[in-house]
Design a protein around this ligand. Structure first.
Ligand code: ZN
Length: 46
């Protein structure tokens, strides 16, 4: 199974790298339980 691609930096996310699940829709706008994307942890900090 290939590594997932981080949509912020377009690079693969190795399984052993720190990862972060990022909600596409803010919870305030009803995004709770909505789609998420996998980012590098460092990409999701901002
Ligand atoms: Zn990234």
């Amino acid at each position: 199974m290939p590594d997932p691609i981080c949509p912020l930096c377009d690079r693969p996310i190795p399984a052993d790298a720190p990862q972060s699940l990022h909600h596409l829709i803010p919870k305030l706008k009803g995004g709770k339980g909505g789609p998420t994307v996998l980012l590098h942890h460092i990409c999701g900090i901002r």
